[in-house]
Design a protein around this ligand. Structure first.
Ligand SMILES: [Fe+2]
Ligand SMILES: [Fe+2]
Length: 191
């Protein structure tokens, strides 16, 4: 998906497989959060119709994913409830610059990186989970997340020039890897 996304620590898959129920519960919350973050941008920038058209669709897809993950959770009889999220996204977003239009540009690129990381981790799960139905499930989802990554990057390209977007994306990708490396080892999609 992303040439300069720093690959995950291989230990993450081992930990994820060890607590797959917990990963599914966290994953459901991540899908819901992805929809809510897309909507938050629509509240902050109502005048940008290009965001509205792209992100209403994206938010609907994330909600559909949320429903699908909940279905997997229910089918497996896993108890569902509130979880403390990984500090990953919050820390990633600390790199967002304050003044517009940089604030929007950075927000879109951080969202792109979250999608890229989710996509990478779903690919790792698709390759490693022993349950073939669950492996297929992840294989199906990761294609949407790759598309969401591209949606966010192309929205960013409507805010700033391509070269500036590319430069900032590389910078934020390095920041993302540092944030991820410092997140404590909990059973989370971004843990
Ligand atoms: Fe999703
Ligand atoms: Fe997504």
């Amino acid at each position: 998906v992303l040439a300069f996304l720093v690959p995950s620590d291989p230990d993450w898959v081992r930990r994820a497989l060890h607590d797959l129920d917990e990963i599914l519960v966290d994953h459901a919350h991540c899908e819901k959060k992805a929809a809510s973050s897309a909507l938050a941008l629509l509240f902050r920038y109502p005048e940008r119709l290009e965001l509205a058209f792209a992100l209403t669709r994206l938010a609907r897809e994330e909600l559909a994913h949320y429903e699908e993950v909940l279905g997997q959770i229910q089918a497996r009889g896993i108890p569902f409830g509130h979880r403390v999220p990984a500090p990953y996204a919050g820390r990633l977003m600390t790199a967002v610059r304050r003044e517009e239009p940089r604030r929007l540009l950075d927000s879109l690129l951080c969202m792109a990186l979250i999608e890229a990381r989710s996509c990478e981790r779903m690919r790792l799960l698709a390759e490693a989970v022993p349950d073939p139905a669950l492996a297929r499930f992840y294989g199906g989802l990761l294609r949407s997340e790759a598309r969401h990554y591209r949606t966010y990057v192309s929205l960013a390209e409507r805010v700033g020039p391509r070269t500036e977007v590319r430069r900032r994306l590389e910078e934020l990708a390095r920041h993302e890897a540092e944030v991820l490396a410092r997140v404590s080892a909990m059973a989370r999609m971004h843990g």
